[in-house]
Design a protein around this ligand. Structure first.
Ligand code: TUI
Length: 313
């Protein structure tokens, strides 16, 4: 399963782990990298020095390539960008914004840059300013999302740029991964399935909510103020959506989400926490290690792509 993405990153399989704030810490990222994918540390809202420590902890657990995800809405994005360059991390992915101001810094430090994009326009712009690849993430993904579905976004981005494209949003098994390749991707980014991995430090309550969820348990909050976030339905999202429908201000709505992702991940508060997860959560029912997840994805994908159409078997 060699593609330009495995070559670019020096990894065995073209599978990137999503850069999920609070979730993607060094245990999870090291396990994904050890399994042959690209483990990614999520900076989220952490300071530069906190991220530096996580990089050091990760490097104690693996000598395989890894990445750091920089959430560009964070007030610490600039210092984290600097730390990524100083630490000469193998790769950076970015989310929720345009990373152009940091591109030169990273390129000069030899860091491979892979922005996450939700539109063709940003993909083109990233290619022009030197990105090595892009992740095209559709709105099936969990967390902060754009407008387009993966099915519509990915082939349009693949046609618009020459650099390799990684598909994200809705990849839960080998069928999803094979579909990404058919739509023009040379790699996939998987988030929600890795939240449930054994090595993931996320509270069991959160993992159980994902493993027990059904197709229609996924909702999007925050559309009214331009920062839509996908998560699993719970009393907090019901209250948020009710107030949003009634025209509540951003400041009022924010009182419901401040600290809510940390509460879900660390305290296992599934009532008032933000259970960020993609729409594919309903497909997931098994507890597996990162190695089992990566190997199963690869084996299913290879079987599907080698063996003709699924209905011919
Ligand atoms: O970034 C994500 N997913 C995230 S970030 C996050 S943390 C957060 N917490 C509270 C509020 C907001 C965020 C949780 N999940 N995915 C990558 C992604 N990037 N999806 C969509 C985008 C995106 C959207 C608009 C990227 C760029 C963009 O426009 C940039 C521009 O300036 O044109």
């Amino acid at each position: 399963m060699r593609t330009r993405v495995t070559e670019l990153l020096g990894i065995r399989y073209p599978i990137l782990q999503g850069g999920m704030a609070w979730v993607a810490e060094h245990h999870l990222a090291a396990a994904v990298s050890e399994a042959g994918g690209l483990g990614i540390l999520a900076a989220g809202n952490s300071t530069g020095e906190a991220v530096r420590q996580e990089i050091h902890r990760l490097r104690e657990k693996t000598d395989r390539p890894f990445g750091v995800n920089i959430m560009l809405l964070s007030r610490y994005a600039g210092e984290v960008a600097q730390v990524a360059a100083e630490e000469r991390v193998p790769a950076v992915t970015t989310g929720a914004g345009n990373p152009e101001p940091y591109m030169k810094l990273w390129k000069e430090a030899g860091v491979k840059v892979i922005p996450v994009v939700a539109s063709v326009a940003l993909a083109r712009r990233m290619e022009r300013c030197g990105a090595d690849a892009v992740v095209a993430e559709g709105c099936e993904a969990g967390g902060h999302i754009g407008e387009l579905t993966t099915m519509a976004l990915l082939p349009q981005v693949a046609d618009a740029v020459e650099i390799p494209v990684i598909g994200a949003g809705g990849v839960g098994d080998g069928r999803g991964m094979a579909a990404m390749f058919l739509l023009g991707a040379e790699g996939v980014q998987v988030g929600t399935r890795f939240v449930t991995a054994r090595e993931s430090q996320v509270h069991e309550n959160y993992k159980n909510r994902i493993l027990e969820s059904k197709d229609i348990d996924s909702v999007v909050i925050g559309r009214s103020h331009g920062h839509p976030i996908r998560m699993l339905r719970n009393p907090n999202t019901r209250e948020y959506l009710r107030r949003e429908k009634d025209g509540a201000s951003f400041e009022e709505l924010e009182t419901l989400t401040l600290g809510a992702l940390r509460r879900a991940v660390q305290d296992g508060d599934v009532q008032t926490g933000s259970l960020m997860a993609g729409q594919i959560a309903g497909l997931l029912h098994k507890r597996q290690s990162c190695r089992e997840i990566v190997e199963e994805l690869v084996q299913e994908t290879e079987a599907l792509l080698a063996g003709g159409m699924p209905w011919e078997k």
